[in-house]
Ligand binder design. Sequence first.
Ligand code: NI
Length: 147
Amino acid sequence: MARQKKGSDLVRFGISIPSDLIQAFDKYIAEREYKNRSEAIRDLIREKLVEKEWDLEVQDQVVIGTITYVYDHHKRELVDEIIEIQHDFPEEVIVTQHVHLDHHNCLEVAIVRGQAQNLRRLSYKLQALKGIKHCKLTMTTTGASLS
Ligand code: NI
């Protein structure tokens, strides 16, 4: 990737972010000795883009994995939206397990199988829902190609 000359082509933009999230992020960047938020955010963006590039090479492979997500079940439409998305992927979602974490929060794990690109699409759709606090897709192999 070409390095930008210092100070050239920089774009500034504002982000709205909950205060507890930015506090946690400031702790994260302090531990990693970043001098400011901008450099930490640039690195996170680069990391995600590299991950995406690598992912493209395996998108047709059938993999098995889990999608783990945490959400507040009091947001009623959110629960309906999650179920709606799961029904859009009937082949991929094998089973879901639900745990009531506390008064507000639920944790759900979906065991999924299918083409990597479909599992990723499913995970992205869940992650994009407002009210999903954390969503993580973990992919592993079906073992078919391992001896
Ligand atoms: Ni629950």
